[in-house]
Design a protein around this ligand. Structure first.
Ligand SMILES: NC(=O)c1ccc[n+]([C@@H]2O[C@H](COP(=O)([O-])OP(=O)(O)OC[C@H]3O[C@@H](n4cnc5c(N)ncnc54)[C@H](OP(=O)(O)O)[C@@H]3O)[C@@H](O)[C@H]2O)c1
Length: 286
């Protein structure tokens, strides 16, 4: 049987050991890892993947795009795809900084308890790559999303990015630079996903406890202090003040399962592009 080769293209100077371990645990036979990959130097690496095996065998070669800089990963994905033509292509998975798998795992956790097509969600500090992706997935499912930021302009820009991905997205920008602003933003929301930078508290336990509409609260920050004060990093669907709470490591198990399933899926065809929506769909089918 032809060996499954995963070509890891990482935008950081060293290819991520995390992504390498997951690749090995996802039954990849050979892993070629490259660090310091940029749109300027990637084409030769892609041609090497496209032109070695015949079209019928190309599903046994695939590309993983990673690295800590998500926008650099997006640019690399565009450049990789532009190198393909006709049947001469291999499947690609993009998960820079775990952004797609983390957002998918958070939304899946929420969907266990809520009909997301009818849910109003607040994504706190939703202007980063994880928040934007979580918002995109919920909008795709038909839910309404408020994207929060300390800056209304940044929130608006993220809403625009979501609208560019999801036609008719129900998404609005809210400013949360004050406690009053945060409480107003959360008013009536059934779901909060906190996607703030590591080690930043976004909501106190008292403020969270006072939100009568809140049914599910998910904190994706694993570095103390918690983004949602009082939500333990390991917890999974623990009820607090009437809301089911998840911590970052609580959703981490699902994230790992999605990552491995996505790597395995790469080797089922030679023309897959596994980005936010496709990765969420893989999670739905776990
Ligand atoms: N479990 C996992 O495997 C996993 C994987 C990936 C990420 N994560 C975690 O998920 C979270 C989101 O990741 P990300 O990469 O999307 O985050 P990020 O880009 O680092 O930050 C998200 C947002 O946090 C806000 N922020 C930054 N500094 C702040 C401060 N001092 N005070 C208040 N808000 C601040 C910013 O929003 P504004 O400036 O617009 O207010 C920023 O856009 C992080 O905590 C990350 O560690 C976990």
């Amino acid at each position: 049987m032809m060996k499954k080769i995963l070509i890891q293209l990482d935008t950081d100077s060293h290819a991520s050991t995390f992504d390498r371990v997951v690749a090995v645990d996802s039954d990849v036979d050979e892993l070629f890892s490259f660090g310091g990959v940029t749109p300027e130097n990637v084409t030769g690496l892609v041609h090497g993947a496209m032109f070695t095996r015949g079209p019928g065998d190309l599903k046994n070669t695939a590309i993983f795009i990673g690295g800590s800089n998500v926008s650099a990963g997006e640019q690399l994905l565009a450049k990789v795809q532009s190198a393909f033509f006709g049947p001469m292509r291999v499947s690609v998975l993009m998960d820079s900084n775990g952004s797609n798998t983390t957002a998918a795992a958070a939304v899946l956790a929420a969907g266990k308890h809520l009909d997301l097509s009818k849910t109003t969600a607040l994504v706190l500090a939703g202007t980063g790559p994880v928040g934007q992706r979580a918002a995109q997935i919920i909008c795709r499912l038909g839910g309404s999303v408020r994207i929060a930021s300390r800056s209304k302009e940044r929130a608006e820009a993220t809403c625009e990015a979501v609208r560019s991905q999801v036609d008719g997205a129900s998404v609005s920008a809210v400013e949360t630079s004050s406690v009053q602003g945060t409480l107003a933003a959360a008013d009536g929301a059934e779901l909060i996903i906190a996607t703030g930078a590591a080690g930043i508290q976004l909501l106190s336990a008292e403020q969270r406890g006072a939100l009568s509409s809140l049914k599910v609260a998910i904190d994706l920050n694993a570095v103390p202090p918690a983004g949602l004060e009082g939500v333990d990093v390991f917890e999974k669907a623990v009820e607090r003040n009437g809301a089911l709470c998840y911590g970052a490591i609580g959703v981490g198990g699902t994230k790992m399962k999605i990552h491995k399933a996505a790597v395995r899926k790469l080797f089922t065809a030679n023309d897959l592009v596994l980005d936010t929506d496709a990765i969420f769909e893989i999670g739905q089918n776990l």
